[in-house]
Design a protein around this ligand. Structure first.
Ligand SMILES: NC(=O)C1=CN([C@@H]2O[C@H](COP(=O)(O)OP(=O)(O)OC[C@H]3O[C@@H](n4cnc5c(N)ncnc54)[C@H](OP(=O)(O)O)[C@@H]3O)[C@@H](O)[C@H]2O)C=CC1
Ligand SMILES: O=C(O)CCC(=O)C(=O)O
Length: 433
């Protein structure tokens, strides 16, 4: 096993020190990995290596708020596996972020980069904060404090953060700027930056666009035809959900309902997504969109449709809700939206699930393209980015589909089998001494 250096400024937690929770996010992720490990029959010690993170970092961040008071926040960075390349994964700013969530999300990144066949490992970070309660200045301070606290564990060849729930291109710009103060000009330390500040064309829309390419491939392979005239319901209308909605619409799909944390809106003939996005950009409530009917956001999963797209938070399709899903397909644009219990119910009901570690892999794929452009100090046109993304999504689907057919496995297990084989091969080639 390689030795991991932990800088003295950080509190490094060992797995044995950490509290274990039943039905936690990481237990759910490990359940799905173990399902695939049963197919592969790897030895126990190798399984442990694959299941547990390589390093977990917990830091305390203190800022002075605009009103002069000080406030303290917990922040995390979990580095799960770097056998295939530098650790890679987003930063989540959300009040419910805890170490277990981040551990689960970091593991998903390892399998996602392997499924997409891009030369990165897996990591994730987060701050327990509600960014909506901070001013922009406070958010900037908090981000800079995070960089100061973890700068020795990250870097363009070590660990490369990116946006996730609650963070965005501005946060990435502050991150890049702060890191560059310590290490010199380093645009490759973070991806998802603004396009005019070493970001890539196409990264902002990439996760949503990749979700649409993934759905297109799945519909084709299962004999359901094309996206045109299919009905879509999307939970979550942030970066991923809103871009997916717009691009489904561009492909002729009808997005009949979408929701956010506060409400939902429905139109059986299809919502005008560009108009809805303008409505929200003007600061209006999603549910107040006049070209749709406001509905209870908790009914979103049970609206009849062809494709249900969870694009918000974890664990929403579970033992209580999976029975109410009225879709032929569930396309997991969010990370971890389905619990093992929910997944079992969907399988029993014959609902096809396109798993997160493939479906939302478009984001990290274009992050890889951004990183490559940063290392080369060169910019690709948007058309080129989208074309390459399409190719990666199409190739990865073909491989998962083939494993699923050959081994008679659900698409989720097939995706994990592909990823586990790839990561294991890297570990064995690199060796452990
Ligand atoms: N951004 C990226 O590139 C990638 C993101 N993902 C995953 O996609 C998912 C969404 O991320 P992203 O779009 O970036 O995040 P955003 O913060 O941009 O958007 C999250 C959306 O989810 C909504 N939401 C939050 N809680 C609920 C709820 N209980 N019910 C319904 N909607 C809710 C939010 O509503 P409100 O605005 O009202 O708070 C918002 O519309 C996450 O699982 C993330 O990990 C995966 C790969 C890459
Ligand atoms: O773009 C990236 O590097 C990672 C995005 C992310 O956090 C994810 O795919 O869940």
């Amino acid at each position: 096993m390689r030795a991991w250096r932990t800088p003295p400024c950080l509190t490094s937690l060992r797995h044995s020190d950490l509290q274990k929770r039943q039905n936690s996010a990481s237990a759910n992720t490990n359940y799905f990995i173990k399902e695939a490990l049963k197919e592969l029959e790897y030895p126990q010690k190798l399984q442990r290596l694959l299941l547990t993170p390589q390093r977990e970092v917990l830091v305390e961040l203190v800022i002075t708020k605009d009103n002069g008071e000080i406030e303290t926040f917990n922040a995390y960075r979990v580095q799960h596996d770097d056998s295939r390349g530098p650790y890679k994964g987003g930063l989540r700013y959300h009040p419910k972020v805890d170490l277990d969530d981040v551990r689960s999300l970091a593991s998903l990144m390892t399998w996602k980069t392997a499924v997409m066949d891009i030369p990165f490992g897996g990591a994730k970070g987060g701050i327990s904060v509600d960014p909506k309660l901070l001013s922009e200045r406070e958010l900037e301070k908090l981000t800079r404090k995070l960089v100061q606290a973890i700068k020795d564990t990250i870097g363009p060849q070590v660990d490369i953060p990116a946006p996730d729930v609650g963070s965005n291109a501005s946060v990435m710009a502050w991150f890049f700027d702060e890191y560059s103060k310590f290490s010199g000009f380093s645009p490759g330390v973070v991806t998802g930056k603004p396009v005019h500040l070493h970001g890539s064309y196409g990264r902002e829309a990439a996760t949503g666009r990749g979700t649409v390419f993934a759905t297109r491939e799945m519909l084709k392979a299962t004999g359901a035809g094309s996206i045109t005239d299919k009905k879509f319901v999307i939970q979550g209308f942030g970066n991923v959900g809103s871009w997916a909605a717009e691009i489904f619409e561009e492909h002729g799909g009808k997005v009949i309902a979408v929701s956010d944390a506060f409400g939902a809106v429905y139109n059986e003939n299809g919502l005008d997504i560009k108009a809805l996005r303008r409505h929200i950009a003007d600061g209006d409530l999603l549910s107040a969109f006049s070209e749709g009917e406001a509905i209870d956001k908790d009914t979103i999963l049970s609206i009849p449709c062809d494709v249900l797209v969870p694009a918000a938070i974890e664990g929403v399709i579970n033992a209580d809700t999976a029975g109410q899903v009225d879709a032929k397909y569930v396309v997991e644009a969010a990370n971890g939206p389905t619990t093992p219990e929910g997944d079992k119910i969907l399988r029993e009901r014959g609902i096809v699930v396109l798993p997160d570690i493939y479906t939302n892999g478009g984001g990290v794929t274009v992050s890889f393209f951004e990183w490559v452009q940063n290392l080369q100090n060169f910019r690709w046109e948007e058309e080129e980015v989208n074309k390459r993304l399409d190719l990666k999504m199409t190739e990865a689907f073909a491989q998962i589909w083939e494993i699923s057919r050959q081994k008679k496995l659900p698409l989720r297990t097939a995706a994990f089998v592909k990823a586990l084989q790839s990561v294991t091969r890297a570990h064995l080639h690199r060796g452990f001494d």
